[in-house]
Design a protein around this ligand. Structure first.
Ligand SMILES: *Cc1c(COP(=O)(O)O)cnc(C)c1O
Length: 354
């Protein structure tokens, strides 16, 4: 597809990701800051994001799945590459062959592994990680950990974006208590929002993801992170819709006045979520443009009636500094994480070098 015929453009600013990582490093004097690049670096492209952060000096990376680690391994040659979702039976040889570090979250996983590992302690999420009885068992029989090179003991915060939630302090207490009873090892605690909870939540290795990619780690307060994503789409067609006519599937929007409707080549198949129907907003020349009707698979309609200058071929901004990913998420009834990880494969992707 040539530049001139492209109807969509997803710009990803690698320099902003690196700047965000540096800003988080400055917030975390107690230890290095890893980069979580799971889910293809939250939809932004781990093959571009990981090397940019590596070039900036990042030496700790995390993914969720073994397959993700195998895809990233060569891009971050001598960095620690942790696999958060644990060690699946039979996978140990691949971890060894590629120098991957599993996050072990059960006694069974511990029994099946020898080599460098992260111990994942569950402090309240109740998904993965050693349960309290499993920590008790390990504390009573530390020889169980023979053969395991403890790189870190980690836990994951369940509500860190809400500093008022008492779960944060409760999890910290359980984590400190578990670490005190396990063999001495460096600790890894904060995710993005955890980095903003204050010094007690600092550790030997922070693990932010979302904040690197511009999601606000402090919802309700000004976003301290730089904007990373810019999504825009061209107006494919403009039509005059008489008052009383409807637009889109099932006629869920009716023109209350003679209207000019612009159609964009973006839909829910691109991760422009269907829940943005009647709720989405775009920007044209700094003006807000309301999404009308339903988001379809490949097309979305906007009301251009008050923007007579907007015509076929003009760009509408769907995500950007003035239409932040968190604002789009709020309109879609979700969070910035889901907006980013849903970003489609059909957009023309442009990477701005770090
Ligand atoms: C996804 C994840 C992170 C990163 O969380 P963000 O909120 O995106 O910063 C850190 N640790 C674990 C265990 C995770 O699963």
């Amino acid at each position: 597809m040539s530049r001139s015929t492209s109807a969509t453009e997803l710009r990803i600013d690698l320099g902003a990701i690196v700047a965000n990582w540096r800003a988080l490093c400055a917030r975390h004097p107690s230890g290095p800051v890893a980069a979580v690049v799971k889910a293809d670096a939250y939809g932004l492209g781990a093959d571009r994001v990981a090397p940019a952060l590596y070039a900036a000096g990042c030496r700790h990376f995390f993914v969720a799945h073994l397959a993700e680690a195998l895809a990233v391994r060569a891009l971050v040659p001598d960095a620690m590459l942790g696999v958060l979702n644990g060690l699946w039976p039979g996978d140990a040889p691949l971890y060894h062959a590629h120098g991957l570090v599993p996050a072990l979250g059960s006694l069974a996983e511990i029994a099946s592994w020898a080599g460098p590992a992260i111990l994942h302690v569950d402090t309240g999420m109740n998904r993965l990680g050693l349960s309290a009885p499993e920590v008790d068992a390990l504390a009573a029989a530390p020889e169980t950990l023979q053969g395991i090179e403890l790189r870190y003991i980690m836990t994951h915060l369940a509500a860190s974006e809400d500093p008022a939630d008492p779960a944060n302090a409760a999890q910290l207490r359980r984590f400190v208590d578990a670490c005190a009873r396990l063999p001495a090892a460096p600790r890894s605690l904060a995710n993005s929002s955890g980095l903003f909870l204050g010094p007690p939540f600092d550790s030997d290795l922070a693990r932010p993801g979302a904040a690197l990619y511009g999601v606000n780690p402090q919802p309700g307060q000004p976003n301290p992170m730089q904007s990373v994503v810019n999504l825009r789409a061209r107006i494919l067609s403009v039509r005059e819709v008489p008052a009383g006519e409807t637009v889109g599937y099932n006629g869920t929007w009716t023109a209350a006045r003679p209207s000019r409707i612009g159609t964009l080549s973006v839909g829910y198949a691109d991760g422009y979520l269907r829940s943005l129907s009647h709720a989405g907003q775009a920007l044209f020349d700094g003006s807000k443009v309301p999404l009308v009707g339903r988001v379809s698979m490949d097309l979305t309609t906007f009301d251009l009636t008050d923007l007579p200058k907007a015509g076929v071929g003009d760009w509408l901004e769907l995500i950007g500094p003035e239409m932040p990913v968190d604002a789009v998420a709020a309109r879609a009834g979700t969070n910035g994480y889901e907006i980013l990880t849903s970003l489609g494969r059909r957009y023309r992707r442009v990477y701005q070098a770090a």
